[in-house]
Structure formats: C-alpha cells, structure tokens
Design a protein around this ligand. Structure first.
Ligand code: SF4
Length: 609
C-alpha cells in the first residue's frame, strides 16, 4: 500500500516511554487517513468525561497519506484532542512543512499522552525519539523557540511545532505553531501546555511510497489543470484569503460584536490595500496555489510591523469586532498572536466582546487595568492580547473564552458572548448566508467556517447548483454536502481553501488517493462521500458520548432574534429552528435529539447490525 508510512508513534510523557504500531488495514479502508485516522483514534483512545487539561487527554498529530508527495495542497497537519474550550471533539489544522517532515521521518501520526514532570520537547529523528529538557525554553515565543531548538540540534532544516506563553499559561484558545503556520483553534496549545510539552521537533529523509507512480503523475496533472481552469485560481493565488470586500458587499462582515454587517471605511482593508503591503509570496509544501502573503506595515502607527498573513479571518478579528479599519493593526496583532501562541479569531472576538461589555457598563477600567475600551479606538488592542496570553487583569477572564467569561461576569453578559458550543464565531454573520450559518451551528468542533464552507453562498460557486444565500429551503442538504466534502478531502489532508473555492471535487481526489495508495475501494469517487459522512457521524458520536445534542446546536440569541439593521443583508435573521430541522433530516438524525439514529450508524458501519 502506498501513501502511508504505516507507523503510528505513541508517546507517554508521564513514563517517558514510546512505541510504534502499524495502522490496521480496516481503518485505512473505512477512514482513509488524515482526519479519518485522527477522529477514529481519538474516539477509541479516550473515555467520556476526560478533563481536557489532564494527563489522560491526548493530542494526536496526523499527516495525511498524500503529505510529502507531489500531490498539490496536501502539506497540512492536523491535531486532534478533546478541547479545553468546548469540552468536545476537536480538530485543528495548520500548513507549512511539518506534515511532510512527519512522513519523511516515517510517521503518519504521533499520539502524545500523559504529562512530563518538567518542560520537555520531543526530538524525533526517524527511529530515534528523545525527551529533551525544555525548561530553558519555557516562556519563549514561538519564533524564539524554533531558533533555539534548531541551534541546539545544529540543524536548520528541523521542522518544529510549538506553543508560546499562551499555551504554557493554559489559555483555552492557545494554538500550536509551526513555521508561522497555526493550528490555532480550540486550545490545542493549552493541551500541550498542560502536558509540559513545549514542542515537537522532527527530521527525516525517507520517501513516501507511491503504489502506481505513472497514474499518480497523471492524477497530479489533472489536479493542477482543474485548479488552473477555475475562474478564481489566479486571483486567489495572488491575494490569498483577503476577501474583506466580498463579505462587506454581502453585508455579513461581523461588526461591533455581530451587531452590524458592514464595516465603515471597509475599503481600507480590501485586498488591493493589502497588495500594497505584500513583501513576498510564500506557501506550503508542494502547493501551486502558493496563496500565503508576508506583509509589512510601511507607514502609519504600526510602521515596521510584519507578519506571515494576515489571512482574512485575522484581518476581520482586529477590525470588525472593534470597528477599526487600520491594516497595520491587523499585521501587528497577527504577529503578536503568532509569537505568544494565540488563535487570532477567538482573541479578536474576545476583545470585541470586552468592548461591548465596557460600553454596557458591565466592566470598567478597574477590570481592564485602566484601559478604556471604546469602539473605533485600537490603542488597547495589543495590550489586551498580552493580557490574555499572560492571564493578567481582564485577560485572565477573557483567556477562558467568551462563554465562560460571560458566565463568570453574569448580569446578562451571556447575551454578548458570540459562540457556538464555546467556540467563538468567525468572520461571517450567519444571517447573511444560511447554509454557511447552519455549518457554524452544527460543526462538530463548534462555530468553525472551514468545516463546511458555503462557497456557493459566499462566492456564487454553482456546485452542485446555484443558490440564493437568504433562501432557507434546501440549506440542510447543502450544509451536509459541504461538510461531508471537507471531511473526505481532509482524509488527504487537503487544504480547505481549494475546497472552499470549489476548486476540487471527489473525482480529483479519488484519482490522487487511488493512484497513491492502490486501495481498490478508493477508485470510486462515490466512495469518498461515504467516508466523509462516516467521519462526520463518528465525530458527532464522540460529542454525544460527552453529553452533547440538540441543546448544544444553539446560535447566540442576537443572531436569531435581531434582524440585520442595515446594508445588503438588512432585515435578515437566522431561522434556527427550521434550518436545524432540515439539517437533521438531511443527515438522518433524530429530529428531537439531534443524535444519529441507529439505522444511520449501521448504514455507515459505525454500529453492529
Ligand atoms: S492553498 Fe495556500 S494555505 Fe492551502 S496549502 Fe496551498 S499555499 Fe498552503
């Protein structure tokens, strides 16, 4: 079988022991790899009720069967863990070169459990696995950590995934960072911090086996031709995810903590403005799209600041929530979050939440350490980011996530906490695109846009057909379609950006994965959809085991009851009850509980007959 290195590394930090095991053939056939492998292992390894910050939780690093090959856009690594932010199943994904290096070192997955008695980092040099002292690294930023580890190992080509001070301090939305690429969401950084694991450094020189090399080359040519034929290829390749003009023109750019859908002076943060700040282009391992930007503020109050990005979500996180349109701030805040190890989406949302609490008088300068939080004023932002990472003053509260912060504040603060299942909403107002909103409502990890991005509604992609973004009918089916597609593409692990733009489909992926692995079942494009749905239901069952159900598929009240006040989405609300009913029906789940029926689980091979 090609594609796989057929080795899973299991590490126990408590005992400082490790072992290597093969991947069961049935697991490959039923779940392919990547997200399927991570979801299945996490489901099987954890019991219900594990404390996410305890030694019993796991963090599983997974590289897909196409990572490290010449297939395009598969240089992605995912981490799987029970989230300290949501209390449920979580997968977070990053780009760069870490996934390929895992394969070159000979591993499809690295499972870390237990807790080290003092800070360590793992040094994995193919068969050699060392537990190295990281006491001297504790407190350093991500970039400092990478420099120091490469110096210590005397190898500039080592790939590293690490946490910053936010992860060490158990901030519930701290991420894991590799070469300035983040697996940011859900608190994987806090899980590593709770294990006293500062970083994983990895190096390898192996080659990924390919079952049918000639067919694989043909499949890659087909993939690249499909990309290039897509009308959005050139512009996406040039600007990356800088799409603030799209969502502002749709009236769904969340502004003032999701009270409005258009940012005043949004033209200042559109793609053409960031074009002027681009230092150079970069990308992930083997990706012809090459969409990543390095940007620098050449003038203004943040002159000299630079970052890899900022991506659309980060541009929004430090503009819309606080009603500011200063590109330099987004660059400076992006860099600071990367270095301290914070998810930019949750950080920006938490800050926007604090601005609204300040406006409503629910918090004062006594809580903020003297900071005045007024819409339109960006001055407190960098200080608030530091407060969150180091859990100081108001940051100590915000570091718990908006759901828990609101619960502790009380006095009606819950109304202003914009989250689903504890995960802060990203840069799309659900009232402006109903299938997109339905995905945010039902995604297994909480409000995540990439879990089932509705390119049909945001970009007008006519696949499987054209849709009206405000229409309610048919959106249950569409949300399921998008979620299942992402689930099977992430078995690769393919980047979700080409999927969001509808640049790929099951035919492209099937050709690639079949030629790489030689697994007969993968030859059939229709098989991909079955695997996608199987993974989706398994993840849902992880959450059901933790007590989740329909009661957790709940949008913030503001989104359901307050019509958009102005702009192109004016008058829209999110029709939660009807949309959810359609979605459960499309999924074959119980309409009253939101739990997959036994019949559905049997159909997918997830329950005994
Ligand atoms: S599309 Fe962009 S983020 Fe995705 S793999 Fe390619 S370069 Fe990386």
């Amino acid at each position: 079988m090609g594609g796989y290195m057929n080795r899973i590394l299991r590490v126990n930090l408590s005992t400082r022991e490790y072992s290597v095991e093969p991947i069961a053939e049935a697991l490959i056939k039923n779940f392919i790899g990547g997200r399927g492998l991570g979801a299945k292992m996490l489901y099987d390894d954890l019991s219900a009720g594990v404390d996410p910050l305890s030694p019993e939780n796991e963090i599983i690093f997974v590289a897909g069967p196409l990572a490290g090959t010449a297939a395009q856009s598969f240089g992605r690594w995912s981490i799987f863990f029970k989230s300290p932010l949501t209390g449920g199943y979580f997968q977070s994904t990053g780009g760069g070169f870490f996934a390929s290096e895992m394969k070159f070192a000979g591993y499809d997955a690295i499972v870390v459990t237990g807790k080290a008695d003092k800070p360590v980092y793992l040094w994995i040099n193919e068969e050699k696995v060392e537990f190295r002292d990281a006491s001297y690294l504790w407190g350093f930023t991500n970039e400092e950590t990478h420099v120091l580890i490469r110096e210590e190992l005397n190898d500039p080509f080592v790939r590293i995934a690490s946490i910053g001070p936010a992860g060490e301090n158990l901030v519930r939305f701290a991420g894991v960072f590799s070469d300035r690429h983040a697996a940011g969401r859900g608190g994987g950084g806090a899980v590593m911090g709770s294990k006293n694991l500062k970083a994983i450094a990895i190096r390898g020189r192996k080659t990924v086996p390919i079952a049918m090399p000639e067919a694989f080359q043909e499949a890659i040519k087909f993939e690249i031709a499909t990309y290039r034929a897509h009308p959005a290829f050139e512009s996406f390749s040039r600007t990356g995810t800088q799409i603030a003009e799209f969502t502002n023109l749709l009236g769904m750019f969340p502004t003032r903590n999701f009270r409005e859908g258009v940012l005043p002076n949004w033209e200042a943060i559109q793609g053409s403005e960031f074009d002027k700040l681009r230092v150079r282009k970069t990308g992930c391992h083997n990706c012809v799209i090459h969409c990543v930007n390095i940007s620098k503020a050449y003038h203004g109050p943040f002159k000299g600041a630079w970052s890899e990005g900022p991506e659309y979500e980060t541009i929004w996180a430090f503009t819309g929530p606080i009603v500011v349109s200063e590109p330099g701030l987004t660059i400076a805040a992006d860099r600071l979050c990367d270095e301290l190890g914070l998810d930019t989406i949750s950080t920006g949302q938490a800050i926007g939440f604090a601005y609204e609490l300040f406006e409503k008088g629910l918090i004062t300068t006594q809580d903020t350490g003297g900071l005045e939080l007024r819409y339109g004023d960006f001055k407190p932002v960098l200080q608030l980011i530091r407060q969150i990472a180091y859990k100081e003053q108001l940051g100590a509260l915000l570091s718990e996530g908006v759901r828990e912060a609101a619960r502790r504040i009380g006095r009606g603060a819950e109304h202003y906490a914009i989250h689903v299942k504890g995960l802060e909403l990203p840069a799309y107002d659900p009232r402006g695109a109903k299938a997109h909103g339905l995905n945010l409502l039902t995604a297994n990890i909480g409000a995540d846009h990439n879990y089932g991005y509705s390119g049909q509604e945001i970009f007008g992609a006519p696949i499987p057909k054209e849709v009206d973004r405000f229409e309610v009918q048919g959106k249950g089916e569409l949300a399921k379609f998008n979620q299942d597609m992402v689930a099977f593409l992430e078995t690769g692990i393919m980047c979700t950006f080409p999927a969001s733009m509808m640049m790929v489909n099951e035919e492209v992926y099937s050709k690639l994965i079949y030629a790489a692995t030689g697994v007969e079942e993968f030859k059939d494009p229709a098989y991909m959809w079955i695997v996608g749905e199987r993974i989706y239901n398994l993840e849902r069952m992880f959450n059901v085991r933790e007590g989740f159900g329909k009661k957790d598929d709940v949008m913030p009240q503001r989104i359901v009851t307050e019509p958009m006040p102005d702009g192109p989405s004016k008058g829209q609300v999110f029709e939660q009850d009807e949309l959810l009913r359609q979605y459960y029906a499309a999924r074959g789940w119980d309409l009253e509980t939101g739990i997959p029926t036994l019949e559905k689980l049997r159909e997918l091979g997830l329950a005994q007959r």
